[in-house]
Design a protein around this ligand. Structure first.
Ligand code: PLP
Length: 493
């Protein structure tokens, strides 16, 4: 049976359920499938399958310890009418690309694709593993994960959800979405620091054994809703399989013909899911990894050197303002030929020097990737141009991917049909998008949503309506060194 191992080799093999509950391995590595499963069907044989069926098959391949009924319950509970698009992830054709719109869930960003299903996976896993404790989900967010996790876990029995976000590092709309969250088990804290501070603060709490003992006495164990949790990645693989089947249906490709995938990348979770889909058998030619001005991944893909010692920029694609992309560790594991010692050595270098350099074997594997980046000006230019020329509206993150794809296409002459992964509603970043299409913008983000709607007529997602008038329920801001203390306080209540 398929089991999960740590990228650093220092934890026992675990069934899927146990790996999901635990979140991160004991040796601080990440859980990976010891062998990547193959798709149990040929995509061209199942053209026209609904999203739920594809997700079912993909989950089943990764989680053989869940029975069919359990998987059906997860998929059915997650991908239902709370998505505002009947086909869950619509594919929209433009002149140069196919936009895979992953943002029609409750929080208007692609994080819903995983976080709508994670609570089901986790609660069923707890039952299967006879986990007696309550699970406290600890999450660092650059804006979108936090809201999607809060929405997914709100009032889920047996769980508490605690979110830390950089007080000055998220948009007004993102902040308002989080601080108005309802649910007795929800806890939200701003921190005085950036996303990397929030993420390393959370990792530190996970590694704090004394704290774990105190929490255990109170009847809690910690887990994570960040993409370090394998339960987030597995469901994301499904939409790449589904998108390929849609391209077959549209006649854009024939069975076995390749596609490219362009992904706006932050923590490397979404593009890793695309890589998993490729390894499962979806014919992906280039994995186009798009970054904003925080272009540490671009340099890594081009030179094989990962160097986080650089200036941190706040951009208008904040969910990609990241210098340490956690999930890259999983790719290193797979590209090294499943070598936990090689990964451990690289991660030691990262811890001690903020930098590592990979050897020939991993560099060779990186040839499947193209790395590029777009700064704010190029991002906004591509939003304005695509809207003007074709009337299609992108958010800032999606626009980074589109700009990098455009550059790749020009430079390589590669005309392979390409999926541009669309990760958020334009309304979530209305200030920048309104500006990019030439509107006068206001100080107030909500006013910009109104102006953008008036101009474009694109529907405003339900989750972003009436946000201004909702009660603010979470007001606390803490220092980075106060995060553990805040966690304890939240769990006392
Ligand atoms: C999280 C996020 C990303 C980055 O995704 P990763 O899986 O972290 O690489 C891109 N765009 C949006 C809108 C996001 O919320």
């Amino acid at each position: 049976m398929l089991e999960y191992v740590s990228t650093r080799g220092g934890d026992e093999r675990k069934r899927g359920a146990a790996a999901i509950i635990q979140g991160i391995a004991k040796d601080r590595g990440l859980f990976v499938p010891e062998k990547l499963p193959k798709l149990p069907f040929k995509p061209e044989r199942k053209i026209g399958s609904p999203y739920q069926n594809v997700a079912f098959q993909v989950l089943k391949a990764f989680l053989p310890d869940f029975d069919d009924e359990e998987i059906a319950k997860c998929v059915g509970g997650a991908y239902d009418s709370k998505f505002e698009a009947p086909d869950i992830v619509p594919l929209v054709k433009t002149k140069k690309a196919y936009f895979l719109e992953l943002y029609h869930g409750r929080t208007a960003a692609f994080k819903d694709m995983a976080l709508a299903i994670l609570p089901y996976l986790l609660t069923i896993a707890m039952k299967k593993e006879k986990e007696g404790k309550r699970v406290a989900i600890l999450t660092a967010t650059s804006g979108d994960t936090g809201k999607a996790a809060l929405e997914g876990f709100s009032d889920v029995p047996g769980t508490e959800i605690i979110v830390f976000y950089p007080k000055n590092g998220v948009s007004q709309v993102q902040e308002r979405q989080m601080v108005t969250q309802t649910g007795k088990n929800t806890h939200v804290f701003g921190i005085r620091g950036n996303f990397d501070d929030a993420q390393s603060g959370v990792k530190k709490i996970f590694n704090d054994e004394a704290l774990a003992v105190r929490l255990s006495e109170k009847g809690y164990r910690l887990s994570s809703a960040n993409s370090i949790n394998i339960g987030r990645l597995i469901p994301q693989t499904a939409y790449y399989v589904y998108a390929y089947m849609k391209l077959l249906e549209l006649g854009a490709v024939k069975g076995g013909e390749p596609v490219n995938v362009a992904v706006p990348t932050g923590n490397f979770g979404n593009i890793l899911a695309a890589y998993y889909a490729k390894r499962m058998g979806v014919p992906v030619k280039k994995l186009i990894c798009a970054s904003n001005k925080n272009n540490v991944l671009t340099d890594f893909i081009n030179d094989g050197v990962y160097d986080a010692n650089r200036e941190f920029y706040v951009t208008n694609s904040p969910s990609m303002d990241i210098l340490v992309s956690s999930n890259l560790e999983r790719l290193l594991y797979h590209l090294s030929g499943d070598d936990p010692r090689a990964v451990s050595a690289l991660m030691r270098d990262l811890d001690s020097a903020g930098r590592y350099e990979v050897g020939a074997r991993i560099r060779d594997g990186l040839k499947d990737f193209y790395g590029g980046f777009a700064d704010v000006r190029r991002t906004n230019d591509s939003i304005g141009k695509l809207y003007e020329e074709e009337g299609y509206l992108m958010d800032t993150h999606t626009a980074v991917a589109y700009a990098v794809y455009d550059e790749y296409r020009e430079a390589s002459g590669d005309e392979t049909p390409t999926l541009v992964v669309s990760t958020a509603s334009a309304y979530k970043f209305a200030d920048s998008v309104a500006d990019a299409i030439g509107l006068d913008t206001d100080e107030d983000g909500f006013e910009n949503i109104r102006r953008l709607h008036e101009k474009t007529g694109v529907r405003v997602p339900d989750g972003l309506k009436n946000l201004e008038t909702k009660e603010i329920r979470h007001k606390e801001v803490v220092r980075v060194d106060g995060m553990a203390e805040a966690t304890l306080r939240a769990l006392k209540a």
